[in-house]
Design a protein around this ligand. Structure first.
Ligand SMILES: Nc1ncnc2c1ncn2[C@@H]1O[C@H](COP(=O)(O)OP(=O)(O)OP(=O)(O)O)[C@@H](O)[C@H]1O
Ligand SMILES: [Mg+2]
Length: 203
């Protein structure tokens, strides 16, 4: 994906990305202070916000193959299980319950399978949000602070699931997290943002 001359104004805030290349099949980190525009950039990429000007070249990527884990995940008024399989249902992909159970088990949510999703703790919600994002085989996954509310062990579990996906069928990740500096082994590239702009990137 190539972002060129993207501008989005929100009140007095201005997002201005001259050029950002999100190379496919890689894990991209996005780092920057609170309020620098990370969420606005992510929402513009996924299409929740419309840019004022500029282009986002998807390079053939279909919208239905993209997904975003929100900073505050929206959960259906239903069970954990129903939330996880929702992306399959809307895409008319058959559900393999045993496979879903195995995934729930991996992230430690199997005991909560039939629990009302909105009664989950915030870390549990983030894990549910992760499963719901990866279950339909996306090609581009955006994570807005999904790892932030997790305990160290849960965080390691999710990171190992990301690495497992990358080893079997590499997809594109754009991950916002404040501790990415300490997770350089997860990211192939880290993009730094300051006041609505991309300032630097390291491989
Ligand atoms: N609808 C809006 N109207 C006016 N200003 C907004 C609106 N939405 C966001 N902003 C402002 O735009 C700036 C960037 O917001 P954004 O949510 O992208 O920050 P962020 O980098 O994701 O921060 P955080 O690390 O806290 O999640 C902030 O100063 C925010 O207050
Ligand atoms: Mg944010």
């Amino acid at each position: 994906m190539k972002i060129i001359n993207l501008e989005k104004n929100m009140g007095s805030f201005q997002l201005k990305i001259d050029h950002l290349d999100i190379e496919p099949g890689k894990v991209h980190g996005l780092v920057g202070h609170n309020g620098c525009g990370k969420t606005i950039l992510l929402k513009t990429i996924i299409g929740i916000l419309t840019p004022d000007s500029g282009t986002i070249d998807m390079e053939g990527l279909e919208k239905s193959k993209m997904t975003m884990m929100m900073q505050r995940p929206y959960l259906l008024h239903d069970s954990v299980y129903e939330n996880v399989i929702y992306p399959l249902k809307i895409r008319k992909i058959p559900v393999d319950e045993a496979k879903v159970d195995a995934m729930l088990e991996k992230v430690g949510l199997l005991a909560q399978k039939n629990q009302y999703a909105r009664s989950l703790s915030s870390g549990e919600r983030q894990k549910l949000s992760f499963l719901r994002a990866v279950i339909f085989g996306p090609e581009f996954v955006i994570m807005d602070e999904t790892l932030s509310n997790m305990d160290p062990e849960s965080e390691r579990t999710i990171i190992s699931l990301i690495k497992e996906i990358q080893q079997t069928r590499p997809i594109t990740w754009l991950i916002v997290n404040h501790q990415l500096e300490q997770k350089k082994d997860l990211c192939d590239v880290i993009h730094y943002m300051e006041k609505g702009r991309i300032v630097n990137e390291t491989a």
